[in-house]
Design a protein. Structure first.
Length: 209
């Protein structure tokens, strides 16, 4: 006799199975039939929750990014933390390799799963830019940052960082080249935000190791 479960529980179980299969085989190589079999559900149950395999992937993106964004927003909203540290810790909270969803991280970083990776990067830029902009605006009011374009500056930083430090896209670099890339990032970041040279670099030291 099939056990009736809470819809949210069932939906997350389907996502767990799909995420594991995507990690092992890739999105294109995984069929809905395999998801149904391994989840131990009827075909109608799958399509009750998800209309297509693409919709499953979108739900996985949302679940994964929501964990990252919730952690980042929690830090960003903590005004007891100094602005520099709040900015740095919010960025650190967004690192994919610190997510609790290890299966999804295995999936995201595989070359055959580039579409999921791209969707997460797009969501990152869209969702976190206004969060970091709020911190920069606080810094402007406190005389820490100096820019007439806080949103645009943050957007440039987020887009650049999402590409420059994307492990999936980067050609393996020597340590010296990686350090040079990080230094150049800080150089651009400090000038965009009007920060004293070396200040953010010292605050963010080690975050890209």
């Amino acid at each position: 006799m099939r056990v009736s479960k809470d819809p949210t529980v069932r939906k997350n179980e389907i996502l767990d199975v799909a995420g594991r299969l995507f990690a092992e085989k890739g999105f294109d190589q995984t069929s809905t039939g395999e998801i149904i079999t391994q989840a131990g559900i009827a075909r109608g149950t799958l399509y009750y929750h998800f209309k297509s395999k693409e919709e499953i992937m979108d739900a996985l993106v949302e679940r994964t990014t929501s964990l990252l964004f919730d952690a980042a927003k929690k830090v960003a909203d903590d005004h007891s933390i100094p602005v520099y540290q709040r900015f740095v810790q919010t960025v650190l909270a967004l690192r994919l390799d610190t997510s609790k969803d290890d299966t999804m991280m295995d999936y995201v970083h595989k070359p055959q799963n580039a579409l999921m990776h791209q969707k997460i990067q797009t969501a990152l830029v869209r969702e976190i830019t206004p969060v970091l902009t709020g911190i920069v605006e606080d810094g402007i009011q406190q005389g820490i940052f100096q820019t007439d374009y806080p949103y645009e500056s943050v957007e440039l930083v987020v887009v650049y960082a999402s590409v420059a430090f994307d492990e999936q896209e980067m050609v393996p670099d020597s340590r010296a080249k990686k350090e040079h890339r990080v230094k150049s990032f800080f150089y651009l970041l400090e000038r965009l935000l009007g920060v004293e040279e070396g200040k953010l670099a010292r605050e963010m030291e080690g975050m890209f190791d």
